[in-house]
Design a protein around this ligand. Structure first.
Ligand SMILES: [Zn+2]
Length: 151
């Protein structure tokens, strides 16, 4: 699997890179509305998105360390994004602010970053319990996970 990225920068940057086996499995499982993490057998740390190396003890992690999370999580912190780059190096107001949150998923020790939706800025708070919202038609890609919403 490769990922294209060329959005949100003050220039057009089109490139592809190989995500690696673990990350590929992570995104492929989005098609089944599943969120996978990697659980280190040496220290027990569970990282999401899964990585090839344990961030706590540096042990190698592979596909056999993948575990499925239930998708439920809690907002640890968040920020409200009101401006974006216009492609010419200038910041412009967004029509609608976007809330980006650090979310601790049940069963994980790390956090995942995602947009929040179906919640007003005034109602977002640390500790808000959230669940993922998936695209109706999923293809096993990052874009399958639309955002998290309050549960
Ligand atoms: Zn470890």
């Amino acid at each position: 699997m490769s990922v294209d990225r060329y959005d949100g920068l003050p220039f057009i940057a089109r490139f592809r890179w190989y995500t690696g086996k673990i990350t590929e499995r992570f995104y492929r499982n989005f098609a089944e509305k599943k969120i996978l993490a990697a659980r280190c057998e040496k220290c027990g740390y569970t990282v999401v998105p899964p990585r090839a190396v344990c961030p706590k003890c540096s042990s190698r992690l592979s596909e056999e360390h993948l575990v499925e999370l239930n998708g439920k999580g809690v907002v640890l912190s968040y920020t409200v994004v009101r401006k974006k780059l216009d492609g010419k190096g200038n910041y412009v107001e967004m029509e609608k602010p976007v809330i980006i949150a650090a979310i601790k998923l049940d069963g994980a020790d790390s956090q995942i970053f995602s947009k929040l939706g179906e919640v007003w800025e005034k109602d977002v708070r640390i500790g808000l319990e959230v669940v993922p919202v998936w695209a109706e038609k999923r293809e096993g890609k990052p874009s399958d996970l639309l955002y998290f919403k309050p549960r």
